[in-house]
Design a binder for this molecule. Structure first.
Ligand SMILES: [Zn+2]
Length: 299
């Protein structure tokens, strides 16, 4: 049995997953962000205790959370739960739970879940993409995460797409994220003279009804999408790319977006499958559970 925990800024969700990947228990709690770091640790321990009590056994524990995890110190950075940044989260949690835990960022967990038993299950090289408030990615090869020497494998969201483009929170300019996130589409729509109040989803809906400004903004978005993803395809050449996050619901990504991608890839045909995720909001928590393999024990 595996426990997977998705530690977000507002909620902490835990599941118990059986060997076949079925979720047998699920519990959600608010993340006590205001009370601070120790309260977040205690909250996770309480959640683990409650799940194990119901499951009647000890489980492996994997955790998915936004932000980058240092390959050297296992501390978090760029987490939106800011009190977590710079803390020895892994060590502290292992001491509290008296066993090893595994931690990965949420994009890697997403990719792992979809590659093991989601939309990418039939493919050996899978690139999992999150396009929502931010843009992230994870690489899975033969059902194993590829994390890399400094734990940034798959972070295509911070490749520079347009030199001297919009400022990104990471400190650079013109990152992929500044063109493909939900807020980026809103920004582009406003710049073209569109309604400043519309959400990214509403802009997509407006484009579907034929509204000219929204359609232009979405078309530009699809061009950037193809261009940005072609860099990943040229280097990794995955068998399948699985899209997740709020923006993955744009149907045109899988038709026009794919054509844009084909245009930029270094090949006269594009064989890569471009697929929507299968596990939706559960992919993160499932991927966290899958961080432990079947033949591994938590001692
Ligand atoms: Zn950036």
């Amino acid at each position: 049995m595996r426990i997977g925990i998705d530690l977000g800024g507002t909620k902490t969700e835990g599941i118990v997953m059986d060997a076949s990947g079925d979720i047998v228990l699920r519990e959600r709690r608010p993340t006590p962000q205001i009370q601070g770091y120790q309260a977040i640790l205690d909250n996770i321990k309480d959640l683990v205790d409650a799940l194990e009590k119901q499951a009647g056994r000890q489980c492996t524990i994997g955790i998915g959370t936004p932000g980058a995890i240092s390959a050297v110190t296992d501390t978090l950075k760029n987490s939106n739960t800011t009190c977590m940044n710079g803390k020895p989260f892994k060590q502290d949690l292992e001491a509290l739970l008296v066993r090893p835990v595994r931690i990965e960022n949420d994009a890697n967990c997403f990719a792992l879940s979809e590659a093991i038993d989601g939309a990418g299950r039939e493919y050996s090289v899978v690139f999992g993409v999150i396009i929502g408030t931010g843009v992230g990615g994870g690489i899975v090869v033969n059902k194993q995460l590829l994390t890399g020497s400094q734990h940034i494998a798959g972070e295509w969201g911070h490749n520079v797409l347009v030199a001297n483009g919009p400022a990104c929170y990471c400190g650079k300019r013109g990152c992929v994220e500044t063109f493909l996130s939900g807020p980026a589409l809103q920004y582009s729509y406003r710049e073209l003279g569109g309604d400043t109040q519309l959400t990214a989803q509403q802009i997509v809906e407006q484009a579907e009804t034929g509204e000219a400004v929204a359609d232009t903004a979405v078309q530009r978005y699809l061009e950037y999408f193809g261009q940005a993803l072609s860099v990943v395809v040229n280097i990794l050449d995955p068998h399948a790319i699985i899209l997740g996050g709020g923006m993955s619901n744009i149907q045109r990504l899988y038709t026009e977006g794919r054509k844009q991608l084909a245009k930029h890839v270094f090949n006269d045909e594009l064989r890569t499958r471009l697929l929507i995720n299968q596990h939706g909001d559960s992919a993160g928590v499932r991927g966290a559970a899958w961080l432990w393999e079947a033949d591994e024990t938590p001692d």
